[in-house]
Design a protein around this ligand. Structure first.
Ligand SMILES: [Zn+2]
Length: 540
């Protein structure tokens, strides 16, 4: 594949002979093709393929800017590519253009490879298109190989992606630290996450898209999607309602007209297992989780549009690339059409006044009924494997049924708090300060010695999860609030709880938050039963 990307100098000299203004000594560089395309969709790109592809775009004078969001554990620069007409290369230039910025992330789970291939192909096709296209209406930032280290840990898909229909060899799910990057957005332990946060803070994209592959139910959709499932993303002024109720239904209708059925992400039943796949009765369609440790849930907490994309793992690789390509295309078109609406959301989110933030939630208790298609699978009576990703002894029939069932596609708060004016963080927690700053939250030193009204959370009990998760024993504390007056100790910092990022600050710092610093053990050494949690709410 690489050979096809290098210069074909002899051919170029011949072709140039009848084109007088072309320098015959200057080589013609072939249009870049992805490894998926070059291999007939039997292989996926290596890191080297991705960088060669991008370098070829540059060598062919494509109007793109190429850079890196950060460096992985194993030392790979994670590439990003910016495309827009006119081209911008800095956040300041992008803001002056006054257009929506769309950030598309691929390969966060490096076995789920079609996003990487679709995104490279889409950028290439857009930048070389002469007629007007979405690049005249928005700024696209593409990150095709986010988990670059995981991508290089190639193994048979029977090892790295057990429920996927090709290609034969893919990368692994976690990064080189063994972390699932799509559980890392709050604790930000991975260099990849830190790179992403720096990009979010610098560019403040209006739309964030994260490309994945499903790994469960045999449903009848080519792709499933989800807006942010974190309830604070639906605060007045934030983009949650617009994403869920306007943007995604519009994109779904357009995809349907293209013959690509899409629907809200889900799986049959809450614990869908292999034994369930041949059942003809399904009991419900269930989404995943609301916690902001997941990228698209997290990004909604920043007040902007965020969209999860999950290509159907049982479709062949070629079809998954095509579905993902079309879905991203439709997101870009919808963003261009709604540029004015997105600008209004940007203005309203920045001045959001909603005092409430949901910090614990549960799956909705009010599902709606909808017809959901599912495939009929049959037992073969032996132990042969009929298709990669399908359990042995089971065969797909290509016949579908549709059943009306309850759809659980959203979450409802179980605990909401009133935002304080600010949080007072005492000295001694540099990792907390570091992460808040990486999120763009503007901390300021507290004025020592001034008495202020405050609320302190007195710890009644501390429990740790019985099983480790992402190398943590998640912590939960129970306690009670006490009104008091405090004076800021030396070295304390004020964390603002107002404005657009105030909801995110609350999710990080509230002691009862289900995905904050307490949960991820940042405050473990400072938690003592009968004593206050170290962070105080400052109130009027
Ligand atoms: Zn995934």
């Amino acid at each position: 594949m690489r050979r096809s990307l290098v210069v074909a100098a002899g051919v170029a000299a011949t072709a140039a002979a009848c084109a007088p203004r072309i320098d015959p000594t200057r080589p013609v560089i072939a249009m870049p093709v992805t490894r998926a395309e070059a291999s007939g969709y039997t292989q996926t790109s290596t890191y080297g393929d991705v960088t060669t592809f991008l370098n070829t775009l540059r060598a062919r004078n494509a109007p793109v800017a190429i850079g890196s969001i950060g460096t992985t554990t194993e030392g790979r620069a994670i590439p990003y590519i910016i495309a827009s007409r006119p081209l911008v290369t800095t956040p300041e230039e992008a803001r002056r253009l006054g257009r929506p910025i769309v950030y598309v992330n691929a390969n966060i789970h490096a076995g789920e490879v079609e996003g990487k291939e679709a995104l490279l192909a889409l950028v290439r096709d857009l930048v070389y298109q002469r007629r007007a296209n979405v690049l005249d209406s928005l700024v696209l930032i593409a990150v095709p190989d986010y988990n670059a280290d995981g991508n290089e840990a190639f193994a048979p898909e029977s090892v790295n992606r057990t429920e996927q229909n090709g290609p034969e060899r893919v990368g692994q799910r976690p990064n080189a630290q063994g972390l699932d990057l799509n559980r890392d957005y709050m604790k930000a332990e991975a260099p990849e996450t830190r790179g992403a946060l720096a990009m979010f803070t610098a560019w403040d994209p209006d739309v964030y898209v994260d490309l994945h592959t499903t790994d469960g139910s045999y449903h009848g959709f080519a792709l499933t999607y989800a807006p942010s499932l974190a309830p604070p993303a639906y605060a007045p002024g934030f983009a949650g309602d617009f994403t869920r109720d306007t943007l995604l239904p519009e994109i779904r209708a357009r995809m349907g007209r293209r013959g690509i059925p899409v629907f809200d992400y889900g799986n049959f039943d809450s614990v869908y297992e292999e034994r369930d796949i041949t059942d003809t009765v399904k009991h419900g369609w269930y989404s995943y989780e609301h916690k902001p440790r997941y990228g698209t849930n997290y990004y909604g907490l920043r007040g902007r549009v965020s969209i999860l994309s999950e290509a159907y793992s049982h479709d062949p690789f070629r079809k998954r690339v095509a579905s993902t390509y079309a879905f991203v295309q439709e997101i870009l078109s919808a963003t261009a059409r709604h540029a004015a609406g997105l600008a209004a959301i940007r203005a309203s989110a920045d001045s959001v006044r909603d005092p409430e933030v949901a910090i614990r939630s549960r799956l909705t208790t009010h599902p709606f009924d909808a017809p959901i298609p599912f495939e009929i699978l049959v037992h073969t009576g032996d132990s042969t494997q009929t298709q990669p990703g399908v359990p042995r002894g089971v065969r797909r029939t290509g016949r579908f049924k549709t059943q009306v069932m309850p759809v659980y596609d959203r979450f409802e708060p179980t605990l909401s708090i009133q935002r304080p004016t600010a949080y007072l963080l005492p000295a001694g927690f540099p990792a907390v300060i570091d992460i808040l700053r990486r999120n763009g939250i503007a901390l300021t030193p507290a004025t020592a010695g001034t008495a202020q009204r405050a609320q302190l959370f007195v710890v009644d009990s501390v429990t740790h999860a019985a099983r480790p998760f992402q190398k943590h024993d998640e912590t939960r504390i129970v306690g009670h609030w006490r009104d008091t007056t405090i004076t800021a100790p030396a070295g304390a910092m004020l964390v603002p709880a107002d404005g657009r990022l105030g909801a995110l600050a609350a999710y990080f710092l509230e002691p009862e938050s289900d995905d904050g610093f307490v949960d991820w053990n940042f405050f473990d050494p400072a938690l003592t039963v009968g004593r206050p949690y170290p962070v105080a709410r400052l109130v009027r």
